[in-house]
Write a protein that binds this ligand. Structure first.
Ligand code: B12
Length: 495
């Protein structure tokens, strides 16, 4: 008899914008040969608790595996898991992904999360499922957090990284593929995929470090191309978003992949580092262009080299490199999408000013550059200068899941107005006023409705004087207009 494992992807996005739940597909893949899995996606249904409770009774499942990242996902996961535990006390609830990797103990102390797996999930998950269904001890499961019979929180050693080519393909038949085809600036049927795990760098504002401990484990160019070809041929994909933490670490892999998929005439998007991409040869850029890359997301982070140093960006990062990459990408007609992490402790206003001036320079070099302005929110990391500064200024993470799920901490995770001790109203206003002006003067290319429209001309006309004079305060007219046309900021649908 095949046992069933239930899986739950809490809501993370607005209806109609859902992406394939890759985290769950990745772990479902490693049990597919011997177990059934059912993926319940909170982005597709209104009452996930009722569905989970009903499916637990029908399948007699022993385990509910939940993926959790901070923000809306965590908030829904808290409410739903508490409800499910009350209705099905014998169903073990396992959390994995970004949030439990960083805050496992808080999860276990909730009383309804029984187990957490940290880091790369496939190998520990397979082992855990076998132990639960066929016997064995939890101590044998790597990367696991649990509470032992004496009420002590236990953590087993991290699993060794598993090369992605050694893992099975995602079991796409476990989800309704049709419901995840997205219409976006990339294409009419855009799917998402993930081709590597981790990142070799240790930026101290980034949650990826805890997850992958500076390892980067890629899928081969051949397998990448095979998966993309499958999505194209079988599911009609005309575009792909790659959700890798760093898609571009290996130039050879990207160039090889680009050559392999050129014939498909698809469009794609991925995330990489400025310095890595500056190191790519013209030949590789040309191959990428021909293969259909339309936009590349990169962390510019700051307009101050001193702040970049404090962020431990590593490599050859620097503002000169960022200016050079936007210029280089202009030549290939590929849009640079740059994210900034503003408002760092202890002096948020000075780093905001440096970045505002730098962004103006970037836009002058390449007006198509897209901007995402995040506010620094700490992540737990050892030896992190920024986290240490934050703690000294009174920052402390919540100690219960209920606190994490309240309004204030849910807002924190969105990285727009985190209410950290050093980030005051004046700093918040400065960032959002500047954002209103720059978004009006240079509207995003990802909003299909704004392409060549009269609205775009209107926005630019009204904001022109402000942008030219550098006068950003009180842009009420722009904010009102942006509300009327439902201006879509890139980061509300991105990362
Ligand atoms: C896709 C994605 C989304 C999707 C949602 C996906 C979904 N599940 O429905 C969308 C676009 C909606 C989204 C939104 C947000 N996101 Co997001 N997102 C990502 C992204 C790019 C990829 C995640 C992914 O699918 N990877 C592929 C899979 C295969 O890898 P994985 O998730 O790591 O899973 C592996 C392990 O983690 C583990 N695992 C994961 N889940 C589970 C579960 C179990 C049971 C087990 C055993 C193991 C396990 O095993 C898997 C296989 O090894 C990551 C960055 C990144 N590249 O990782 C950010 C990221 C997770 N997001 C982040 C954030 C903060 C958000 C937001 C909350 C805020 C924001 N704008 O940034 C928003 C919410 C926006 C809103 N509308 O309110 C942050 C989290 C930061 C942190 N402190 O932890 C990240 C890390 C981005 C970043 N670099 O800062 N996101």
């Amino acid at each position: 008899m095949r046992h069933t494992v239930l899986m739950y992807n809490p809501i993370s996005t607005s209806p109609g914008k859902q992406r394939l739940p890759l985290s769950l597909l990745a772990i479902a893949a490693v049990i597919e040969a011997d177990y059934d899995s059912e993926i319940i996606d909170g982005n597709l249904i209104t009452d996930p608790a009722a569905r989970i409770i009903e499916r637990a009774a029908a399948t007699k499942a022993k385990l509910l595996a939940v993926t959790v990242m901070p923000g809306p996902q965590l908030r829904q996961a808290v409410g739903i898991c508490r409800q499910v535990k009350a209705a099905c006390p014998d169903l073990l609830i396992l959390w994995g992904g970004y949030f439990p990797t960083q805050h496992a103990e808080v999860c276990l102390r909730s009383g309804y999360v029984d187990l957490c797996i940290e880091g790369q999930g496939e190998a520990p998950f397979r082992k855990l499922v076998d132990v639960l269904h066929h016997g064995g001890s939890l101590e044998e499961v790597p990367s696991l957090w649990y509470i032992d019979a004496h009420g002590t929180v236990r953590e087993t050693p991290r699993a060794l990284p598993v090369p992605l080519d050694n893992l099975p393909w995602f079991p796409y038949h476990r989800v309704e593929m049709e419901r995840y085809a997205q219409h976006s600036y990339l294409g009419n049927r855009c799917y998402n995929h993930n081709t590597s795990f981790g990142c070799p760098f240790a930026c101290n504002f980034c949650a990826v470090v805890a997850l992958s401990k500076r390892r980067w484990i890629p899928e081969s160019a051949k397998r990448m191309a095979d998966v993309v070809t499958y999505l194209h041929d079988k599911h009609g994909a005309d575009a792909v978003e790659f959700h890798d933490m760093d898609f571009f670490v290996s130039e050879e892999r990207v160039a090889d992949f680009s050559e392999r998929i050129e014939r498909l005439k698809m469009r794609w998007w991925g995330l990489g580092r400025v310095d890595t991409l500056m190191g790519y040869s013209d030949t590789s850029w040309e191959k990428m262009r021909r293969s259909g890359v339309k936009m590349i997301f990169m962390g510019a982070e700051s307009g101050s080299d001193e702040v970049l140093e404090r962020m431990n960006k590593g490599g050859k990062s620097g503002t000169e490199q960022t200016l050079a990459i936007v210029e280089r990408m202009k030549k290939y007609g590929i849009v640079p999408e740059l994210s900034f992490v503003l408002g760092n402790p202890p002096d948020p206003l000075s780093d905001i000013e440096a970045s505002v001036n730098f962004i103006r320079k970037l836009k002058k070099v390449n007006p198509a550059t897209e901007l995402i302005l995040y506010i620094y929110t700490p992540v737990p990391q050892e030896n992190s200068e920024l986290y240490e500064a934050a703690k000294q200024l009174g920052f402390k993470f919540p100690e219960t899941l209920d606190e994490w799920a309240n309004d204030e901490w849910s807002q924190f995770a969105l990285r727009r107005d985190p209410a950290t001790p050093w980030f005051k109203r004046t700093a918040h206003r400065r960032v959002r006023d500047f954002e209103a002006v720059i978004n009006a003067y240079y509207p995003t290319v990802t909003d299909l409705r704004l392409q060549n429209s009269r609205m775009k001309t209107l926005l630019q006309g009204i904001s022109g004087w402000r942008y030219k004079l550098g006068f950003y305060a009180w842009p009420y007219e722009l904010k009102a207009l942006q509300r009327v046309i439902h201006y879509r900021r890139p980061e509300t649908t991105g990362f």
